[in-house]
Design a protein. Structure first.
Length: 268
């Protein structure tokens, strides 16, 4: 195949969850730029609408839909509607996710454990459970789950920058990805995960930042910059090339991978 065409997604239908801001918005715009009909979903409907409008301003094809990934009824309604209107989904990016406050394990409430798992892990499972039958019927599909380097390694520079519920959910996303990739490889469905390192320009951690002291935030920023071999945080646009690669034919023999995107963090 012509190398230019490997990255094109013309005629594909792509769903991104959590597309109202941050990484999800960048993913949605990048996939629309490559020709996919982009279905931008989020529990924040206004933000999802805005992402779809931005994609259209760039000559992309896009729609917006409400989907709280933790809500089973919304999941059923969304996927039934998608099946009825489009009959297929070619690309699913399970991006919606949250983090909770800056607690250490013994301080973490059961409510915060459950609230986060319901979105970060169960939400991704529910989307895959609904999308895979459509992909099986088509005989192809690409699912991209969003893990984190927090799911691959621990990090504690003397204060609670991350919380175990977040790290555990992201490690579980890696397991979900590998097992599902093994189950569906023969069906033409590829399933990979991206494990981003520290990326700025998103709303992730707003809850944690609201509870942290300015001194904690300062120390945390310094510790991150000192540890990243490339010497900077990523920005959402840094991730677009990888998601486009995993979505389409350029990665046709790649499945079950958890790819760190972290300025070298995991290698140092
Ligand atoms: N920013 C980083 O450094 C970083 C690093 C590693 C992994 N991640 C992961 O990337 C993903 C995107 O995070 P981000 O940094 O862009 O943060 P963000 O807060 O800007 O974006 C998250 C989006 O998910 C949506 N969302 C939250 N709960 C939802 C739900 N129940 N249903 C549907 N949508 C919901 C939010 O409305 C928001 O639009 C998350 O899974 C996050 O864990 C981010």
């Amino acid at each position: 195949m012509n190398a230019d065409k490997m990255f094109r997604l013309d005629g594909k239908i792509a769903v991104v969850t959590g597309a109202a801001s941050g990484l999800g918005r960048a993913f949605a715009l990048g996939l629309a730029d490559q020709g996919a009909l982009m279905i931008c979903t989020d529990r924040n409907e206004e933000g999802a609408d805005e992402t779809a409008s931005l994609a259209k301003q760039r000559q992309g094809k896009a729609e917006a839909a409400r989907l709280d990934v933790g809500n089973e009824r919304e999941q059923t309604d969304f996927w039934n509607d998608l099946a009825e209107r489009h009959g297929r989904v070619d690309v699913l990016v399970n991006n919606a996710g949250i983090s909770t406050g800056p607690q250490r394990l013994h301080e973490l409430s059961i409510e915060d454990w459950d609230r986060l798992m319901a979105i970060n892990l169960r939400g991704s499972f529910l989307c895959m459970r609904a999308a895979i039958p459509l992909m099986l019927a088509a005989g192809s599909g690409s699912i991209i789950n969003i893990s984190s380097i927090a799911g691959l390694t621990g990090y504690y520079p003397g204060f609670a920058r991350l919380c175990v519920n977040y790290s555990a959910s992201k490690a579980a996303i890696a397991g979900l990805t590998r097992q599902a990739a093994a189950e569906y490889g023969r069906d033409g469905i590829r399933i990979n995960a991206i494990a981003p390192g520290w990326h700025g320009g998103t709303n992730l951690g707003a809850e944690r930042r609201a509870q942290a002291t300015p001194e904690m935030i300062r120390r945390s920023e310094e510790a991150i910059h000192a540890r990243v071999p490339m010497g900077r945080r990523g920005v959402p646009d840094d991730l677009v090339g990888l998601v486009v690669y995993l979505a389409g034919d350029a990665s046709s023999y790649v499945t079950g991978q958890v790819i760190a995107h972290d300025g070298g963090w995991m290698s140092s």
